[in-house]
Design a binder for this molecule. Structure first.
Ligand code: SAH
Ligand code: SF4
Length: 373
C-alpha cells in the first residue's frame, strides 16, 4: 500500500514572540482591533512573563478566544542547564528544527548579564572562535532571540529581576541577522517589555561596517567591536571580515557611531592570544590606532577550546599590556573569565547542528578523534 502523507491543513498560527511593539500593533490593527491591544500583549508576555492567553485579564473574552485559535507564544526547550563553580549558568536551548543554541547568565555584584545568541553557528570564521569553527547553519528568528531572555528570566526565578544587562555576544554575528536582532533589541529596550537601559544592552560585532551605520540610525543600544589586532595584516588573519572592511573604514564607523551622543563610547574587545597579538609593539599600535576614537577597551583572556592551537597570554603579559593602555589614558578592563569549567566562556559556545554541513561534520570528526586519543 502506498504511504499517504497526511498534511496538517490547519492554518499556521502566528508566533507573537516574533513581534516588537510596532509589529504587535500592526498585527492587531490588521485584524480590525485597536493598536493598544498590541501594547497590552507585549506587557503580558515580556513584562509579566505570562503567555497563557486565558490569564490576560484585561483582554475581552472574544479577543482571548481569537488568540487561542490563531496565535501562539513559542518558547525554547532547555535541554541542558549547567551551573559553574563561579555561579555562571549556561543553557542549551533546543529549537524547533532540532538545532541548539547556547545562552549564558553571568551574575556579578549588583548586576546580572545575559549573553544571547543570534545565529546557529557563524559564517565569519574568526580563527580563535569555536562558534566560527562550526560554520554557519541559520539565522535565529526574532522569537528565538527574545525567547532566550524570556526563558532565562523564568529559569532564574523572580521574573524580570535578575537580568540587568544583555550582551549579544553569544553564538553568531548579530549584524548579519540584522532585522531579527533589531526587533529583539527593540523589545529589550521597550518600557512596556523588559525596559532595559540603552547603556545595558550591547550588540557586539566583528566589524560589518554598513550594518554599524544602520544600527546607529535604527537603535540606541550600546556597541562593542571585536578588534583583536591593530594592524590589517594580523587582523585579516584573526578576523577575516577585516579583508572586506579594513581598519581605516572600521575606525571611521566607530567614531561616527555615537556622533549624536558624544558622551557615549564604543567598547573594543581584544582577545589576548599568547605570542600572536600581545606584545608591547601590539599595545603601542593599539594606542596609535585608537588615539582619536572615544572608547573603552576590554581585554579578554583567550579561552581555549578543542581544535585550537592558540594559547592564552600569561597573566603578566596581560597586565603589562593593560598598563601600557592605561598609561596612554585608555579606560581598560581585563575581563574576568567566567564559566570556563562548563564551556560557557567567550568563544566556547558551539551549540548543536542538526544538518551537517561539511565543516561541522569535519569539526565533529576531529573532536571525536581527540576524545578517543
Ligand atoms: N560575532 C560577534 C559576537 C559574538 S563573539 C563578535 O565577534 O563580536 C563575542 C566575543 O567573544 C567577541 O569579542 C569574540 O571576539 C570573543 N571571542 C571569540 N572567541 C573567543 C575565545 N576563544 N576566547 C575569548 N574570546 C573569544
Ligand atoms: Fe563569528 Fe564573532 Fe566568532 Fe568571529 S568571533 S566567528 S564573528 S561569533
Amino acid at each position: 500500500m502506498k504511504n499517504i502523507e497526511i498534511k496538517d491543513m490547519r492554518p499556521k498560527r502566528t508566533n507573537l514572540m516574533d513581534f516588537d511593539k510596532q509589529g504587535l500593533q500592526a498585527y492587531f490593527t490588521a485584524k480590525g482591533d485597536k493598536a493598544f491591544r498590541g501594547t497590552q500583549i507585549l506587557q503580558w508576555i515580556h513584562q509579566h512573563g505570562i503567555i497563557d492567553f486565558n490569564e490576560m485579564s484585561n483582554l475581552s473574552k472574544a479577543s482571548r478566544e481569537d488568540l487561542l485559535a490563531t496565535a501562539t507564544v513559542n518558547l525554547l526547550e532547555p535541554t541542558i542547564d549547567k551551573t559553574s563553580v563561579d555561579g555562571t549558568r549556561k543553557w542549551l536551548f533546543q529549537l524547533d528544527d532540532g538545532n541548539s543554541i547556547e545562552t549564558v547568565f553571568i551574575p556579578e555584584d549588583g548586576r546580572g548579564t545575559l549573553c544571547i545568541s543570534s545565529q546557529v553557528g557563524c559564517a565569519l570564521n574568526c580563527s580563535f572562535c569555536s562558534t566560527g569553527a562550526m560554520g554557519f547553519n541559520r539565522n535565529l528568528s526574532t522569537g528565538e532571540i527574545i525567547a532566550q531572555l524570556w526563558q532565562a528570566n523564568k529559569l532564574l526565578g523572580e521574573y524580570g529581576k535578575k537580568i540587568t544587562n544583555v550582551v549579544m555576544m553569544g553564538m553568531g554575528e548579530p549584524t548579519l541577522n540584522y532585522d531579527n536582532v533589531l526587533r529583539a533589541i527593540n523589545i529589550m529596550l521597550d518600557d512596556n517589555a523588559y525596559g532595559l537601559s540603552k547603556y545595558r544592552v550591547t550588540l557586539s560585532t566583528s566589524g560589518v561596517v554598513p550594518r554599524m551605520y544602520d544600527l546607529a540610525r535604527d537603535s540606541n543600544c550600546s556597541l562593542a567591536v571585536s578588534l583583536h589586532a591593530a594592524n590589517d595584516e594580523l587582523r585579516n588573519e584573526l578576523v577575516p571580515i577585516n579583508k572586506k572592511y579594513p581598519l581605516e573604514v572600521l575606525m571611521t564607523a566607530c567614531r561616527d557611531f555615537f556622533a549624536d551622543e558624544p558622551r557615549r563610547k564604543v567598547t573594543f574587545e581584544y582577545t589576548m592570544i599568547a605570542g600572536v597579538n600581545d606584545s608591547d609593539e601590539c599595545a603601542n599600535e593599539l594606542v596609535t590606532l585608537l588615539a582619536d576614537v572615544p572608547c573603552k577597551i576590554n581585554l579578554i583572556p583567550f579561552n581555549p577550546f578543542e581544535l585550537s592551537n592558540y594559547k592564552c597570554s600569561s597573566r603578566n603579559r596581560i597586565m603589562r599590556f593593560r598598563d601600557r593602555l592605561v598609561e596612554a589614558g585608555f579606560n581598560t578592563m581585563v575581563r574576568k573569565t567566567r564559566g570556563q569549567d562548563i564551556d560557557a566562556a567567550c568563544g566556547q559556545l558551539m551549540g548543536n547542528f542538526v544538518d551537517r554541513t561539511r565543516r561541522s561534520e569535519m569539526v565533529k570528526k576531529k573532536l571525536a578523534g581527540k576524545v578517543g586519543n
